[in-house]
Design a protein. Structure first.
Length: 189
């Protein structure tokens, strides 16, 4: 036995267009008299969505990239044009790809990848805790803090040492004995 769906016919009536407010004859589910009115209403809705709720006062600020003064039209506008914005973001991504990270607001940069390589080179690419080598033992080398960051250790070459991943995970944030720390300090000098 076949099941039949009820087909509901839309009623035809006189309707007022939501955009131009003209009367037209059409099905009850239509809201606009034409595609043109529908398109115009969509544009109107989009514009209303982006109008700021409180009035924004125009002011002159310096561009974040080229340092030229310009009139800021919206609160999020910090570049004088699209070219400055794209150049700033290209440079930022280039610095990140090189491993250069902004350490503080005064724009002092430290290349962590270069520092890590220098630590590995100083320690002959050998784990300083167990003596494993990545070529022979197929271990992964990482840079470890002798005095852990959680205990006030800094990111300086004297506080960094080469270790394999297993030794670093085993050590965690524990302090080494004083004789072991003295051994690393003598080696770093």
């Amino acid at each position: 036995m076949k099941k039949y769906r009820k087909i509901y016919k839309k009623k035809i009536a006189k309707i007022n267009c939501k955009y131009c407010n003209e009367q037209f004859i059409g099905k009850t589910n239509r809201r606009y008299c034409s595609k043109f009115c529908n398109m115009k209403m969509n544009i109107k809705r989009q514009r209303e969505r982006y109008i700021p709720k409180r009035l924004f006062k125009l002011k002159k600020i310096n561009c974040n990239y080229c340092d030229i003064k310009f009139i800021q039209k919206t609160p999020n506008n910090i570049y004088c044009n699209k070219i400055c914005a794209s150049n700033f973001h290209k440079e930022k991504h280039h610095r990140i790809s090189l491993g250069i990270i902004n350490t503080n607001e005064k724009s002092k940069y430290i290349s962590f990848l270069k520092l890590r390589f220098e630590i590995f080179k100083r320690d002959n690419f050998i784990c300083q805790y167990c003596g494993r080598n990545p070529k022979k033992d197929k271990c992964k080398l990482v840079v470890d803090h002798i005095l852990p960051k959680s205990k006030g250790g800094t990111l300086t070459p004297l506080n960094l040492i080469t270790s394999c991943l297993e030794c670093n995970l085993g050590k965690r944030d524990t302090l080494l004995e004083e004789r072991q720390i003295n051994k690393f300090e003598i080696k770093n000098e």
